[in-house]
Design a protein around this ligand. Structure first.
Ligand SMILES: Cc1cc2nc3c(=O)[nH]c(=O)nc-3n(C[C@H](O)[C@H](O)[C@H](O)COP(=O)(O)O)c2cc1C
Length: 291
C-alpha cells in the first residue's frame, strides 16, 4: 500500500462512486433517502437488519444521547424477510448505488434461511451477515465471539448464495482476528469491523438502566481509535477486504481507516445529525488529498 492512500472506488469487482457506505440501521433500506437526494456520492447502502420473522423490537427508549455519543437499543425491529422481499426491495431496486442487506438471526440456520428467501430479488448486490446478535440457542452470547459458530454461519450462507457477503463482527468479547479468519474459511468475501460497543446509562437516583434491555450499543467519534486498531489487526490477518464501521465523523477519519487497511468505510450515527454526511466526507477527503 502507498501513502497517503488513494481513494478506492472498486470493491468486489464493481465500481463504486466512493468508499463511503451508509451503515446498517441508520439508513433504512435507502429507499426513504431517495427523495431527499442524500445518496449523492454514497458508495453503497447497507440495510437495516432483516430476520426471518417480523420483530417488533425493544421497548422505548430505543435511543439515548450521551454527552459524547449515542446508545441504541433497537432490538432488530424489522418487518421480516417476506415483507422485505415483496414490498421494500422492489422500491430499493431504484437506488443509485449498490445495496447490501444486513442479515440477523437467532440460530445458525436462520442466517441462511433469510438469505435463501432474499435470493428471490435482484435489488441487492450482496449481504452483510450480522453475527453480533445473541445466539439464543446456545446461551445468548453473540455468534461472533466463537470462531466455530462464525464458521458455521458463513458456511451456511455460502451454501445458499453466490453473491458476495461480508461478516460483521462484534467488538464485545472473543478474538476478532480469529473470528475473521473463521468467517473467511467459511466463504466470507469481506469482514466488517465492527458492530457497536456495549454501553449502559444508569439513573443514579433509582439505580435502574434507562434502556429497558439494560445494555445497549454505544457509538461515538471517541471510539475511532478502537476501530482503527481493530481494522489494522484484522486487515493484516485476512486476505479479503475489510469494511470499517464505527467512529467516523470527518474526511480525515475515512482516510485514516483506509490507511489502516479498510477498503470501504461505513458511516452511521453521524447521519442522524447530518443526512448528507457521506457527500460531506467525500468532499473533505478530496480537499485533503487534492484528488
Ligand atoms: C440506531 C442504530 C441502529 C443500528 N442497527 C444495526 C443493525 O440493524 N445491524 C447492524 O449490523 N448494525 C446496526 N447498527 C450499527 C451500525 O451499523 C454501525 O456499525 C455502528 O453504528 C458504528 O458506526 P458509527 O460509529 O458510524 O455509528 C446500528 C447502529 C445504530 C446507531
Amino acid at each position: 500500500m502507498s501513502f497517503p492512500p488513494a481513494i478506492p472506488r472498486e470493491f468486489w469487482g464493481h465500481n463504486f462512486d466512493s468508499p463511503v457506505m451508509l451503515a446498517s440501521g441508520t439508513a433504512g433500506f435507502g429507499e426513504e433517502l431517495l427523495d431527499l437526494q442524500c445518496l449523492s456520492g454514497v458508495g453503497a447502502v447497507v440495510s437495516k437488519a432483516v430476520t426471518f420473522e417480523p420483530r417488533a423490537g425493544n421497548p422505548p427508549p430505543r435511543l439515548l444521547e450521551t454527552p459524547f455519543g449515542l446508545l441504541n437499543s433497537i432490538g432488530l425491529a424489522n418487518p421480516g424477510v417476506y415483507h422485505v422481499l415483496k414490498h421494500i426491495l422492489p422500491v430499493a431496486a431504484g437506488l443509485p448505488c449498490p445495496l447490501l442487506i444486513n442479515v440477523a438471526g437467532e440460530s445458525v440456520d436462520e442466517f441462511a434461511d433469510v438469505v435463501r428467501v432474499l435470493e428471490g430479488s435482484s435489488a441487492h448486490m450482496g449481504y452483510e451477515i450480522n453475527v453480533s446478535c445473541p445466539n439464543v440457542a446456545e446461551g445468548g452470547a453473540a455468534f461472533g465471539v466463537d470462531p466455530q459458530v462464525v464458521l458455521r454461519v458463513a458456511q451456511g450462507v455460502s451454501r445458499v448464495t453466490d453473491r458476495p457477503f461480508s461478516v460483521k463482527l462484534t467488538p464485545n468479547g472473543g478474538d476478532m482476528v480469529q473470528s475473521a479468519e473463521a468467517a473467511v474459511e467459511g466463504g466470507a468475501s469481506a469482514i466488517t469491523v465492527c458492530n457497536t460497543f456495549l454501553g449502559m446509562h444508569i439513573n443514579w437516583q433509582d439505580g435502574k438502566s434507562v434502556i429497558k434491555r439494560k445494555v445497549a450499543g454505544y457509538t461515538s467519534p471517541a471510539l475511532l481509535p478502537l476501530v482503527v486498531a481493530k481494522v489494522w489487526q484484522v486487515s493484516n490477518a485476512v486476505s479479503v477486504p475489510v469494511i470499517s464501521s464505527g467512529g467516523v465523523s470527518r474526511g480525515d477519519d475515512v482516510l485514516q481507516l483506509l490507511a489502516a487497511g479498510a477498503q470501504m468505510v461505513q458511516v452511521g450515527t453521524r447521519l442522524m445529525r447530518r443526512p448528507f454526511a457521506a457527500a460531506e466526507l467525500i468532499d473533505e477527503m478530496k480537499k485533503l488529498t487534492g484528488e
